[in-house]
Structures are given as C-alpha cells and as structure tokens.
Design a binder for this molecule. Sequence first.
Ligand code: F6P
Ligand code: MG
Length: 441
Amino acid sequence: VTVVPPPLSAKNVDSFAYPTMKDRIPVIISRIVDNLTRNRDKIIKDYPGEDSLTELKVIIGAMSQLRYEVMTNKPAAPLRDGRSDSFAWNTELKKETEKAGEEPKWFDSAWLWMECYMYRRVCESVFMSNCLKDLDVFEEQKQAAFTNSYKAISSLTMYLMEILSEQELTPLGSMTKNYFLDFLQLSLWGNKCDLSISAGNENHQEHNPIEQLAKLKPFILIDQTEDVFQILCSAWERLGGQPGQVDIVLDNAGFELVTDLCLAEFLVSTGLASKICFHVKAMPWFVSDVTERDFMWTLKQMSAMNHLAISRFSQKWKSYLQDGKWSLRVNDYWTMPNDYNQMKELFPNLYSDLSSTDFILFKGDLNYRKLVGDLQWDPTTDFSVALRDFKPTPLCVLRTLKSDVVVGLNPGQAEDVKKIDGNWMINGEWAVISVQSVDRS
Ligand code: F6P
Ligand code: MG
C-alpha cells in the first residue's frame, strides 16, 4: 500500500510555496492592476459599452481586494459569478472546508488548491462584468512574449522546413527517430518560457533553440524520450500499420506554443501520428497558459509575418484545423483545483476521452504538479506510483522544474544535483521527460 504524503503548502516556509504566496502572487496581481490602468483607453475601445469604464474600475478594485486577502491570509470565499464551473468549484471548497474543519487559507492550505483558486478569482472579477466579460487580463504579456521570440521562432520553423523538405523520413526509421528526439526536446525547453515563474516579467526565448539542445542535454534529469518513440511505434503496430492519435495538453502561449506546434507538425507529416488533439484552457490561467483565443491569435500573427517558413506553416496549420487533422478541445477540468487522479470520478467524460487516444503529452510544471498531486513525494518514488489511478493511456510529461516536487530520480541523484545548483527544483533550468506506458493490446 502506498503511503500518500501530504501536499506542498506555504505553511512550510522553506518550500517554494511560501515565497509564491508571500511575494510572487501579490506581484502578479499588482501587475494586472498596472496593465489594466495603463491600457484603460485601449480596453474601453476594444470592449465598448456604456459601463465599460465603471466595470474596469470594479475589476481593478477586486484585484486590490484579492491581493489584500492573500497577504492577510483570509479564508477562501465561494465563487459568485455563476459560470458553469462555479458549482463544481464551490463543491470543492465545501469539501476542503469539511476536511480541514475550516475554510482553506492562503498560507495554511494546499498550495496547488490556493494557487488555482487565485487565478479563478481573477477570472471571477472579469466574468462578473457585462461589457468586459471576455477581457483577458494577461493578453498583453502573452502577446509580447510571442513577438519578442521572433528570432527563435524563425530559426525553429526554418529548421523544421528544411528537415521536412530535404529528408526522406519514413515513420519508424532511425532518421525520423533522431529528429523526433530533437523536436521533443525543443518542446521541453520551450517550457522554460512561462510568465508566472518570473511573476509576469518578460521571459522570452533569446537563443537559437536548436544550437542550445546539446548544451542543455545534461540538465535533463530523467530522459525517457526513447520510450515515447516506442509507444508511437507500438500504436502503429497495434493499429495495423496506421499511426495513432496524439493528444497534447498545452501549457504556455508564446515560444512554447510554437515549439509544440512544430512537434505536432513533425508528428503528422512524418506519419508518426494520424491526428493531433490540443487541449487548451477555458480561461486565462497561470499568466501565460494557452486559451483558444491565444491559439488562434498565434496562427493569425504567424500568417501575417513576412517570413517564408513561419507563414507557410501557419497556413498549413489552419488547414489542418479545418480538415480535422488537428483539433482544439476546451474543458473546464484543466482550470479546476483538482489533480488528475480525481478526474475519473469528477469529469468521467474527459477521462474516457483521454482513454481513447493513443498517447498523451502533458506540457509543463502545472500539469506535472497535477499529475503527481503536488504531494511531498520522496524524489525516488516511481512516476507510476505518484500518478496513482491516473492511467488513461500511455502518457509523457515534458517539464522544466519550477516547484519543489519531483519523482522518478535515482537514489542519490537529488542530493548530487543540489550540490551543483541549490535552486534546481524551482529555477526552470532542470527538466524531466517522464513516461508512463500502459498496455493497450
Ligand atoms: O507558481 C506555481 C507554478 O507551478 C510554478 O512553479 C511555475 O512558475 C508556474 O506555476 C507554472 O509553470 P508552467 O507554465 O510550466 O506550468
Ligand atoms: Mg503555464
């Protein structure tokens, strides 16, 4: 029987949860206030209506209130916006309250729960307005991160174009495998670029991503890329010489999204996957996470760029979305506070959807935390043990470490890395590619 450890929490002042609550979250909220104040005229123009200005002021007021609640450790209050997910949220709040004998609090309760609640409260203030209900308070930051990564996006798409046009890539061939490993790692390192780790400060891709790969290799603590390729090959065999469907649970917009799209392009054009299904957030989340609007905005921006590879791929990707080779799915579960072990019980339809695909790729730190429950696991725990009952289909997570939870390391490995880099668990410099194979035959 597995003994399940307690969740990470800001009550442990030595964990990253504590500075997150104390400093990072208040800064993220202040930045929202700054952005809304600075972009007042643009917002009112984009969302016209008699009450736009008043509503904007109400949102700004709600942000200050939220910041105060975090800093003074006030109990979590039920959501009031009546959005379809608010009932499920308030039920979770009740459950947490019953479990602890009091309402969850910022510095006392589970970090994952409180942090998700914070972003949901930001959305609540927007959803409660009329004219501004579609406003994305992080939009400007996300768009700037994309625009500032132009050079890296250029090198990446040119590299992809070159490979796809010059090489004879057979689906299961060794050359395909080598390039596949590259694109998987590019997508992994794309995860360095999230905007919440820097509390919303500029964080774009500076270097040529392809040249970086060899240099970054030693920072991959667990590398199960070979297993990923094997899973795709087994799907091919199981389906009688046809590629399977791959689902990608996306993380951040900007450069990371482009690396994911390039990986998806590589998979479909080499015949490693028949279809790709992208899962996006239903609302603005953890500053930089991709919503449907960000996804479509990115393709539109790319088509308008005067750059052969960038514009050509974006045209191709739009046509994939039209002919169904690629699809986008939005589900509220990705913006709930629950971990993935609870999905089967709470959102059985999503769980069964995910069980019918051939392979799922989870991107990023938050997905990792939700996969392993954000629990204080011993780092040598098996990934498969930490997943508990979440085993819908073979899956892989590509994640740079930005929170103090990791599993699947060898004995002594955590201690050794710590000697090299004291901040290895939270600075986004180190990474894991962890795989769970599920027998589907
Ligand atoms: O703040 C919590 C956290 O998980 C961080 O540790 C990380 O900065 C961020 O959220 C999200 O990272 P990612 O975009 O990789 O999920
Ligand atoms: Mg993110």
